[in-house]
Structures are given as structure tokens and as C-alpha cells.
Design a protein around this ligand. Structure first.
Ligand code: NDP
Length: 291
């Protein structure tokens, strides 16, 4: 591992997230050079002690590790393509959210230019950076991950997902899938009780406690899915998990049933195929092998 005093860091992109990442690096005592397309956004970092570069190239050439926290894959290309020569021999940590495919393309792009590449997926909002609960997923160069752990660990728990550069992004997007469906489930429940005069605030309190408790079930589902035997006794069966009552109650409230319909459409084919007495985890099969 490299001591932080040996490593000079550039942060390209000082939006909400880039600024939070850069600030943590500055506070930890690294020589930090920052650059942003709109220069004013660098003022606060400059006041904290970062060196403000006039161009992205200047930031890169002043540093060993270049952190890109831009908007999307296209903006990363726009910034880095013209200065690719300056990145040669350096490590690029790209924490901009991109698709797994785009991450792999960046890894190839980097390899062709002699740049060490680490892709990152940030599982936090800017306010969480450096606090417990923040984690960042990485994939790509394992050597870079190990060498720069002291730097990466400033932002949260650092998790290495493998040499395939697309893996961090895939993992990131998989976790976000769970988040969005859970958020939508909360909205559905809030809409169900709203007609009966229950405020979303009150429902949020109950929902959070309930969903937290329900996450305890993931491990059991995972064991069944990984074991591939959905007949293992002791599981909640698909038949027992029918959403009919939920759909009827939702319709009676006059609210959309689209979200529950979607879940029911994953349960029902398994029952129709004769698996009704098997575990709810079989929904995984409906998703993994769509008809
Ligand atoms: P912001 O919108 O706050 O900032 C976007 C940054 O990208 C700005 O620095 C902006 O520069 C720059 N940028 C956009 N387009 C270009 C371009 N064509 N050329 C040069 N610079 C450009 O976004 P965040 O900081 O919140 O997010 C940055 C990345 O982090 C995103 O990929 C996001 O998905 C990811 N992320 C963010 C999270 C969050 O909660 N905010 C959570 C997890 C990941 P300018 O100031 O000049 O517009």
C-alpha cells in the first residue's frame, strides 16, 4: 500500500459528488488538484486547500491518481479523449455512473493508452461520503485497488468486485434496482392508506421498520436460489404469496395496481407451471428466464 503522502490526486468534476470526494481527500492531507468545467465550482475546494487547475490536462499532469466524477460516460469521453496522452502511466479511477459495457470500453480505452483503470460505483449520496454506511464498489485493476486503498477508503467502505471492469457498475445498478422497486413499493403502500387519511409521514415510520425486518429474509431466499431447490421445506409458498388481496384492496382505494400487477405477473406463471407449493424464491426464475 502507498502512503497518502506519496500520492498526488486529481479530481475532475466538482459537482455535488466530485466536491464531496475531493473534500475528503484534501482533509486527509493529500496534495489534491481539482478541475471543473465551470471554474466557479472549484472555489470552495481551493479555500479548503486544493490546488485549482485551469485545465483538465494541468490537473492530470500534476497527479498520480486521477479521479473522474463527471456526469455520464459521454462527458468522461469529452474530457479525457483530448488529453489521453497525459494519462499514460497514471491511474484513472472513474467513479462516474456508467453502464457495465461503457465501463469495459473505458478499461480497453485505458489499456490501449497505458493507463491503469479502476471503475467505481458509489453507493452513497454526497453527504454520506466518508461516513459509516457509505461504500464504493470497484472493478478493474486489482493492483490499483490494493495500492490506493488508503485513498479509496477515505470515501467509505471500499469493495473490490473483480478484474472485469464492468462488474462494479453491474453491481451498482443491481443494488439500485432493488432500491427503486422498494421505493415504488413504499409509494404504493402510502397511496393505499392515503385515502383512509393516513399521512405519508406516519406510513413512512411503519414502513421503514417493516421493510428493515423483512430484509432479514434475503439470506434465506439466497440459500434456496443458490441451492437451486425451491422445494426445500419451511419456505413461504408461492400460493401463499398470491397478491390477490393486495390487488383487491388497492383497486377498492381507486389507486393504480400496476406495480402489484407486475409482481403478480412474476408469481403467477410459476403457479401455472405447477410450482405453487414451492417457495417464493422461485420468482427469481421468472426474472432470470423471462418467457
Ligand atoms: P452533478 O450534476 O452535481 O455534477 C456533474 C459534474 O459533471 C459537474 O462537475 C459538471 O460540470 C460535470 N460535467 C457534466 N457534463 C460535462 C461535460 N460535458 N464536460 C465536462 N464536465 C461535465 O452530479 P454529481 O456530482 O451528483 O454526480 C457525478 C457522478 O456521480 C454521476 O455520474 C452520478 O451518477 C454519480 N453519483 C452521484 C450520486 C449523488 O447522490 N449525487 C450518488 C452516486 C453516484 P459543470 O459544473 O461545468 O456543469
Amino acid at each position: 500500500m502507498t502512503k497518502h503522502s506519496d500520492t498526488k490526486v486529481a479530481v475532475l468534476g466538482l459537482g455535488a459528488m466530485g466536491s464531496a470526494l475531493a473534500s475528503a481527500v484534501v482533509k486527509a492531507g493529500y496534495v489534491t488538484t481539482v478541475w471543473n468545467r465551470s471554474p466557479r465550482k472549484a472555489d470552495a475546494l481551493g479555500a479548503e486547500g486544493a490546488v485549482v487547475a485551469a485545465t483538465a490536462r494541468d490537473a492530470v499532469t500534476a497527479s498520480d491518481v486521477v479521479v473522474a466524477c463527471l456526469f455520464d460516460a459521454a462527458s468522461v469521453r469529452e474530457v479525457l479523449d483530448p488529453i489521453a496522452d497525459s494519462l499514460a502511466g497514471r491511474t484513472l479511477v472513474n467513479v462516474t455512473t456508467t453502464s457495465p459495457e461503457a465501463a469495459r470500453e473505458f478499461a480497453s480505452w485505458a489499456a490501449e493508452r497505458g493507463v491503469v483503470y479502476l471503475d467505481g460505483g458509489i453507493m452513497a449520496v454526497p453527504e454520506m461520503i466518508g461516513s459509516p454506511g457509505s461504500s464504493v464498489l470497484y472493478s478493474g485493476s486489482e493492483g490499483a485497488f490494493e495500492r490506493h486503498r488508503p485513498l479509496l477508503d477515505l470515501w467509505g467502505e471500499s469493495v473490490y468486485c473483480g478484474e472485469d471492469a464492468g462488474m462494479a457498475s453491474l453491481y451498482d445498478l443491481a443494488l439500485l434496482s432493488g432500491m427503486y422497486v422498494m421505493f415504488a413499493g413504499f409509494m404504493h403502500g402510502a397511496a393505499m392508506v392515503a385515502g383512509a387519511g393516513v399521512s405519508a409521514r406516519e406510513f413512512a415510520g411503519r414502513s421503514a421498520a417493516w421493510l428493515r425486518a423483512m430484509t432479514e429474509g434475503f439470506a434465506g431466499f439466497a440459500e434456496v436460489i443458490d441451492g437451486g431447490d425451491y422445494t426445500v421445506p419451511g419456505q413461504q409458498s408461492l400460493e401463499f404469496s398470491s397478491l390477490d388481496d393486495l390487488l383487491t384492496a388497492s383497486a377498492a382505494q381507486g389507486i393504480s395496481t400496476e406495480l402489484l400487477d407486475a409482481v403478480q405477473k412474476l408469481i403467477q406463471p410459476q403457479i401455472d407451471a405447477g410450482h405453487g407449493k414451492e417457495g417464493f424464491a422461485r420468482v427469481f426464475e421468472s426474472i432470470k428466464h423471462p418467457a
